[in-house]
Design a protein around this ligand. Structure first.
Ligand SMILES: CC(C)(COP(=O)(O)OP(=O)(O)OC[C@H]1O[C@@H](n2cnc3c(N)ncnc32)[C@H](O)[C@@H]1OP(=O)(O)O)[C@@H](O)C(=O)NCCC(=O)NCCS
Length: 278
């Protein structure tokens, strides 16, 4: 039985190594670059036993109205003694009055329900080695000059300002888009992540556009490990399976303090940037 005392401290850059050891121990694919990206967009807390990181939690703000709570992990030897609850409560305080979103594993679900989160839908992880996919002709790569248009589409679909996330995505990866006339009406991002590459966010007017964006990006990734996280209702599981990316695990999207929002946006999110930031 561990009796070592545990203190919470601000999550700083030098904690990434300890955080990476924790995420590896629970089987998450993050590289230190992935931790660094999410940390640079977030505020957080670590649980320390001496100078050893035994727990992590981050709050990623999206403007003043919304946030994601993520990367909540407690070292197996320290579980069941309230550390997860303390870390989560601490980052909820950092969120202030913002709506808080998260994706819950089976381990995390009971804790989040107790802290006032309600389940909204399932998120499905598709991952595998991309097969041969034909590139549709209505999609093109776009340069960072298009970032303001991309951010505006995401704001409509996501319901909050994720400009900082998109600045980071533009540094780490690339974007493809569908235009109508001169106007970008749908886009997809891709970047390195974990054991391979990820496609997301994908924001589009309809599932045909989302499928075309995915096919275009996957057509350049034959033989490589690719991951795509999708809300269950997007109907993209079947094409993803055909392209070599079988369905893996499921997590539950949850929200606390949801802001009132109309459901009439012209575009929606078909694939996530990651489970951590939606
Ligand atoms: C989820 C996790 C962080 C919880 O950490 P922890 O330090 O064990 O959590 P706590 O001891 O603070 O317990 C949290 C609460 O959940 C409850 N709980 C935990 N597992 C439960 C279960 N299977 N059924 C019902 N309640 C449960 C505890 O009883 C406790 O409730 P209480 O505060 O009212 O007493 C830890 O299990 C973990 O790191 N899991 C692997 C990584 C992961 O999946 N993280 C979640 C990502 S969304």
């Amino acid at each position: 039985m561990q009796t070592e005392s545990i203190v919470l401290a601000p999550f700083e850059a030098h904690h990434v190594g300890g955080a990476l050891a924790l995420s590896r121990a629970v089987g998450w694919a993050h590289r230190s670059e992935d931790w660094e990206m999410i940390r640079s967009l977030s505020e957080g807390r670590v649980a320390l036993a001496g100078d050893r990181v035994v727990g992590t939690a981050l709050m990623t703000p999206f403007g003043d109205t919304c946030s994601a709570i993520n990367m909540i992990i407690v070292d197996e030897s320290q579980r069941g003694r309230g550390v997860g609850r303390k870390l989560t409560t601490a980052v909820l305080e950092l969120a202030g009055g913002r709506e808080c979103r998260l994706t819950a594993t089976n381990d995390g679900l009971p804790l989040y329900e107790k802290l006032g989160f309600a389940a909204t839908h399932q998120i499905l992880r598709h991952q595998g080695i991309a097969g041969q996919v034909d590139a549709p002709e209505n999609v093109e790569w776009i340069d960072p000059g298009a970032l303001p248009a991309i951010k505006a589409l995401d704001r409509m679909a996501f319901g909050a300002d994720r400009d900082a996330v998109y600045n980071a995505l533009a540094r780490e990866g690339s974007f493809a888009a569908i235009r109508r006339g001169d106007r970008i009406v749908a886009f997809a991002a891709t970047r390195l992540f974990g054991k391979g590459e990820v496609v997301g966010p994908v924001v589009a007017e309809n599932s045909e556009q989302a499928r075309d964006l995915l096919a275009f990006i996957l057509s350049g990734k034959e033989g490589r490990i690719v991951r795509v996280d999708i809300p269950e209702q997007t109907g993209l599981s079947s094409p993803l399976e055909d392209w070599g990316l079988p369905r893996g695990g499921t997590v539950v999207a949850m929200v606390r303090g949801a802001a009132a929002r109309s459901d009439t946006a012209a575009v929606q999110t078909f694939c996530l940037a990651s489970q951590a930031i939606g």
